[in-house]
Design a binder for this molecule. Sequence first.
Ligand code: 13P
Ligand code: ZN
Length: 278
Amino acid sequence: MNVEKITDLKVVQDYIRMCNDGWEQGWHERNGGNLTYRLTADELEACRPFFTAPGPWNAIGVQGENLAGEYFLTTGSGKYFRNVILDPAHSIGIVEINDKGDSWRIVWGLEGGARPTSEFPTHFMNHSVRLEATGGRCRVIYHAHTPHLIALTYVLPLTAKAFSRALWQSATECAVVFPEGVGIVPWLVPGGADIARATAGIMDQFSAVVWSHHGLFASGADFDETFGLMHTVEKAAQIYILAMSAAGGGPLRQTISDDELRHLAQDFKVTLNEEFLD
Ligand code: 13P
Ligand code: ZN
């Protein structure tokens, strides 16, 4: 496909649209949240004519050997999702990963001295473990500051079981969309290798991991699947809070029982994580 600008390519358009959709949902105050996408070989060839002279190599602080030589679209650190659609070249960019899988360099965008998101170590390690866990299907890692889910991290026990059950019970689709449940990382300082290791350490089991008092990391094969997962989790958290508030803090009069969840999983042919059921 011949296009005049890199931003005319479908993959870049889809990426920008996802950033804007997240902004419109209210998940990206100021510079909150970040998005990375691992380009396919065809997408890379379509982008390559627009690449600029590569910048210097920068250490990521973590290593992912299975990502050596890959290219990622990434949001910039300190950049606002609401500006991505207006000024992509300064807000987002493409980075190349070196042959050891431990450094990046900018090959397009992030103009004016911008750098990839400060959460690049977490994105990178998540890509590494999800690539392995999904046989290469996973291409998208998305971090958002989803308000209802964050609120839940102040009132529910910070365990994968408590969160997975509360979310599964709050909307019938949840057990089908994330049958493995969601993982939980306790409060940690964001933006470095420690939180990256803590997140990636459980991201092999879960397609979505909650950061306590901070937000959610969601993963998926494409933009639709990943945005849809973020949206489903956040909406279930909202319903849980609405129901609990309407019930004056509970108890709830009724909910979806464990046996009903099992029945749902059977009919939709998904394997529910039995560890989280009673
Ligand atoms: P960045 O602006 O560096 O992407 O950081 C935003 C954020 O959400 C940190 O967790
Ligand atoms: Zn964040």
